[in-house]
Ligand binder design. Structure first.
Ligand code: GRF
Length: 204
């Protein structure tokens, strides 16, 4: 079973969607660790309610970036995490965790990257920019994570039409629902690969 560690800063609706998909058997996976830089976040409450270990690791507790990097990496390896999901995590990751989990850290972003990605494009700002540009479609992306914001290799995208009269809030709602489906698809692929690797290891 694929063991998932999540990094998240705020609401955690994507976190919840993944937890639910694991619980109801849609995914052959389990969320085994949450790390949040925000101790008052709703995502922390969600993790505690679901009985998922939740660690608060931030630049307040670790003023040195390299110490925070090490703490995040150690937390994930101690929980024997196979795949790290960034679901609304607003900070950059450090070199230690990026190296330890190379090609096994994914982020979900509420636009069709490379459009509307990078620093400053988060939350409603993304959807406001889409509306201001007059684009006829938008969507969600899941990509591999590197040391910059939203620039790693794109693994999957899904799009939807921008309707006349759409507001940023309405787009945010519809894109969020798309994100849940997309994430579950991509994590499902990691879970399948993980199961195949384990079978090969058992046989050899
Ligand atoms: C999502 O839109 C995700 O794409 C972005 O941050 C948002 C987090 O939403 N990276 P939630 O906290 O999962 O509801």
């Amino acid at each position: 079973m694929l063991r998932i560690g999540v990094l998240a800063s705020h609401t955690g609706s994507n976190f919840q969607a993944v937890v639910d998909a694991c619980t109801d058997g849609q995914l052959d996976a389990s969320v085994v660790q949450l790390v949040s830089n925000n101790s008052n976040s709703k995502v922390m409450t969600r993790a505690i309610k679901s009985g998922i270990p939740a660690a608060h690791l931030s630049s307040k507790s670790y003023p040195e970036f390299s110490d925070l990097d090490r703490a995040i990496c150690d937390t994930m390896t101690s929980a024997e995490v196979d795949l790290i999901l960034l679901a609304g995590y607003m900070k950059k990751l450090g070199p230690r965790v990026l190296e330890e989990y190379e090609d096994r850290i994914i982020n979900v972003h509420p636009s069709l990257l490379p459009k509307y990605g990078g620093q400053g494009f988060y939350g409603l700002r993304v959807h406001e920019a889409v509306l201001a540009s007059g684009d006829s479609e938008t969507g969600a992306s899941v990509h591999l994570v590197n040391g910059e914001y939203d620039t790693g290799r794109i693994l999957a995208q899904r799009s939807l039409r921008v309707e006349p009269g759409d507001t940023a809030e309405a787009l945010s709602d519809r894109v969020h629902r798309l994100e849940y489906e997309l994430l579950i698809d991509v994590i499902g692929q990691f879970a399948t690969e993980n199961a195949t690797e384990n079978t090969v290891e058992e046989k050899s």
